[in-house]
Design a binder for this molecule. Sequence first.
Ligand SMILES: [Zn+2]
Length: 287
Amino acid sequence: MRFILLCTLLLIASPLQAAERLNVVASFSILADFVRNVGGDRINLTTLVGADGDVHVYTPTPSDAKRIADAKLVIVNGLGLEGWLPRLVQSAGSKAKVVTASAGITPLKLGAAADPHAWQSIPNAKIYVTDIANALAAAAPDDAEFFRAQASAYLEKLETLDREVRQAVVKIPPERRKVISTHDAFGYFSSEYGIRFIAPLGVSTETEPSARDIAAIISQIKAARIPAVFLENISDDRLIRRIAAETGAKVGGTLISDGLTGEKGLAPTYIDMVRHNIKALTSALDH
Ligand SMILES: [Zn+2]
């Protein structure tokens, strides 16, 4: 009798526990990292664009529609980053609340449109995290205190990270705080921390630069006395070496902007990503 009762309790208890946890979908890896730090094991988190994926050009799969349909909250960056998302939410017939994590920040422009890469400023990331905590707390009031405690512990880590970045930048002589980069994702970083990101003149970020492009970059580096270049779309080592030899500029490593790497990569978390970037920048710019 006691055995039967125990079995019945187990049968009832386990599906309930799974169902009680809040189903949350995050659009891409960086947001998912924020959500995970706040939600911990009290939520079921799914990420649409995972490690090493490109959130700008994602094509949703049928299983994404299912995940959205089952979700209570869908957390997105907004500012035009996930152009593919509104249709996905609509076609999934989802009743999920869509939370725009960037809603509290002051947007910058990228060309004529809003620049979506707001997370590259740590003060902005803190606004994201606070708003995510509020959204989780509103969706699962029983866990509200847990979410707020998790968020405040994580916000402290972000505060420390922000200090690290500022201390690293202060050590770079002011006239050296500029790089040529094909990334257009560092506008917020640049305006927050004062390292200028200058686009190489006339070079498309999509294609491999020609010899003429390289000559133009070389004159640009010399004219503006730019101490370092981050040209990740140039795969030809000879071109890189030519730039370094003719200008004396350092050729920096990889900067990570729009998504995290897998566990074994350079940046499995947001904090790792920021530390990786600031290290790459300071080792190219310090003197
Ligand atoms: Zn981007």
